[in-house]
Design a protein around this ligand. Sequence first.
Ligand SMILES: [Fe+2]
Length: 175
Amino acid sequence: MVRKYTDKEITYRHLISVEGVMRSLARHFGEDEQRWGYAGLFHDLDYDRTADDFDRHTEPALEWLREEGYSDEGVLNAIVAHKDPRYRTDLMSRAIVHADAIAGLLVASALVRPEKAAGMKVSSVKKKLKEKSFAPGVEREEIREVEDKIGIPMDDFIAISIGGLQEIAEEIELA
Ligand SMILES: [Fe+2]
């Protein structure tokens, strides 16, 4: 489905990476890994079609998913929530905001390492977090406020997220 609705490899890579992070976070919280994974995987499904019309972002994704028979309202809500704070009503829909940001930073970090995602350390990711010119599109605040928002200390959050990235690394050529 992701291949069907996205055009760019970078979007595919982003979606798979957020899925990996969401799965890892779900395990940490004892939540449903599959549902959290789907929220991550589909959150930017329409990104390549709504890039110049950001107001509509997530609308086509919901439409397509419903057409494809996907009707988990909690997951659909989390997809909208990554864009619109009013929908951040449960743990999954709050977590996706932080998963989105950290996945961006981790993928960018892996791309500049010869070992890619393998052996990635929390300390080196934190260095990249401080380096504002590195992956400037990543919302640093969304990583820094993770403990306030979902109760995981930032270092633990980064470690959990690295684990999630490593699990899917092969699929996006970062292994
Ligand atoms: Fe995203």
